[in-house]
Design a protein. Structure first.
Length: 259
């Protein structure tokens, strides 16, 4: 299937590994030229080389903190007129809300709400002028079904979701589609780290705890970054211009909801 985006350009944030890398790889296989970002230069450059070898597209790697003004400026300078923006950043730490002071909340809101909004602000008017734009925000299933240990994420990402719901409907007439992808359990390094912490808190060994969490999922497994990335690529396609302001949960059925 031709998604109609070959030759277009994309910014993909936090793309050195995990879900961000899955999105970058899927877009590259559709012929999209990339600017990818992450904090760690070594892992980012390795990912850039892998994508170039696999797909032949242009990949510019910008090692910078996307949650900072300077980092965002570097990324946008490398791709000032993107057709596609995939917003992603490391999620806040798990824990009990009593552990989080005002500084922790400010960081969570900056990283997972303000940062994507500022990137949207930087690129959306150009998309409107060119009459093509696709913006995908990677959030979390906790937006739909809050998880107690993810309170920082619940709050910050819900704020982004509310903002996107309004903006997406303002820009849709210009063929700019903004949507959110809500991942559930994917066996990324971040997921493994969180599960280890929860296993330790529960007094269980990691493998036993992981097996129980996998068994709880209706799909009987955790997801892969590859399948997540392919869903992102569809939302970035020329055929997705009528999908506006939606929250697509990709979780193997773990959110038990009708709508």
């Amino acid at each position: 299937m031709d998604y109609g985006i070959s030759g277009k350009s994309a910014i993909v944030c936090a793309a050195s590994q995990g879900l961000g890398k899955g999105c970058a790889m899927a877009l590259a296989h559709e012929g999209v030229n990339l600017v990818i970002n992450a904090r760690g230069a070594d892992a980012l450059n390795a990912t850039a080389d892998e994508i170039r070898r696999s797909t032949g597209v242009s990949v510019i790697a910008i090692a910078a903190d996307i949650t900072s003004h300077a980092g965002r400026a570097q990324v946008v300078a490398a791709c000032p007129t993107p057709d596609i923006l995939v917003n992603n950043a490391g999620g806040p730490p798990i824990g009990d809300f009593r552990d989080w002071d005002e500084t922790a909340w400010q960081k969570a809101v900056n990283d997972n709400m303000v940062t994507p909004i500022m990137l949207i602000r930087a690129v959306v008017d150009g998309m409107i002028e060119r009459r093509f734009g696709r913006i995908v925000n990677i959030t979390s299933r906790s937006v739909k079904a809050p998880l107690a240990h993810l309170g920082l994420s619940n709050g910050a990402r819900a704020g982004l979701t509310g903002f996107v719901a309004g903006l997406a409907r303002q820009v849709a007439k210009h063929n700019v589609a903004i949507n959110n992808l809500l991942p559930g359990p994917f066996l990324t390094d971040r997921q493994k780290d969180g599960l280890r912490k929860l296993a330790a808190k529960a007094g269980q060994d990691y493998d036993t705890f992981l097996a129980a969490r996998v068994a709880e999922n209706p799909a009987g497994r955790f997801g892969t970054p590859d399948e997540f990335g392919k869903a992102c690529a569809f939302l970035c396609s020329a055929d997705a211009g009528f999908v506006i302001g939606q929250n697509l949960v990709i979780d193997g059925g773990s959110v038990n909801a009708t709508m």
